[in-house]
Design a protein around this ligand. Structure first.
Ligand code: APR
Length: 184
């Protein structure tokens, strides 16, 4: 059984911030990718633009990633060492395993980070853009999955969630505060 101190330690390793994830100086940044790893708009477009063609070349070699899973490539010109391409679910109203898939892509991303020796990781708000997941529903799922994974992965020291707008930051801050209250 997990102790309360383990829970608190996992909570405290999460930071929320405003910014552009491509500028993050962490070991790995997470991309909100599609299954074909073909690139796109949103955070995916920003990462490939800033990181250069090397990332897409590696994505083509990998070829596919199922929803709820994640794959890893180098980070090209980005300050991070790795890009972890996580495929979140497309929001279909909540009855198509969206919660499960959103949680598992966070867990898989963190497991991959650990397998590659990463101690710091940055996530965007996966699925909340083009994939339409309502942020107020995505936030508690993403954060709770991250806390659970961090309990199992003590060598990951810090996970930063990075948002482009203050509304999203506020939504995730409120969800994290509720999770922290429940953990006490
Ligand atoms: N840094 C941090 N967050 C960003 C950035 C950035 N540079 N750019 C966009 N975002 C935020 C968006 O505001 C949104 O809240 O990332 C969140 C996720 O949105 P999307 O990038 O649209 O990702 P998602 O909803 O998971 O949809 C994935 O979109 O771009 C395509 O190829 C991608 O097909 C895939 C789909």
């Amino acid at each position: 059984m997990q102790t309360d101190s383990t829970q608190a330690a996992a909570n405290e390793r999460i930071e929320l911030a405003l910014g552009d994830i491509t500028s993050e100086h962490v070991d790995a940044i997470v991309n909100a990718a599609n299954s074909g790893l073909r690139g796109g708009g949103g955070v995916d477009g920003a990462i490939h633009r800033a990181g250069g063609p090397e990332i897409m070349a590696q994505c083509r070699e990998i070829g596919y990633c199922a929803p709820g899973e994640a794959v890893i490539t180098g980070a090209g010109r980005l300050p991070a060492r790795f890009v972890i391409h996580a495929v979140g679910p497309v929001w279909k109203g909540g009855g198509a395993d969206e919660e499960l898939l959103l949680a598992s892509c966070h867990e898989r991303a963190l497991e991959l980070a650990r397998e590659h020796g990463c101690r710091t990781v940055a996530f965007p708000a996966v699925s909340t853009g083009a994939y339409g997941y309502p942020p107020e529903l995505a936030a508690p799922v993403a954060l709770a999955a991250t806390i659970e994974a961090l309990k199992r992965l003590p060598r990951i020291e810090k996970v930063r969630f990075v948002f482009v707008d203050e509304g999203l930051l506020d939504t995730y801050e409120r969800a994290l505060a509720r999770l922290r209250t429940h953990a006490q």
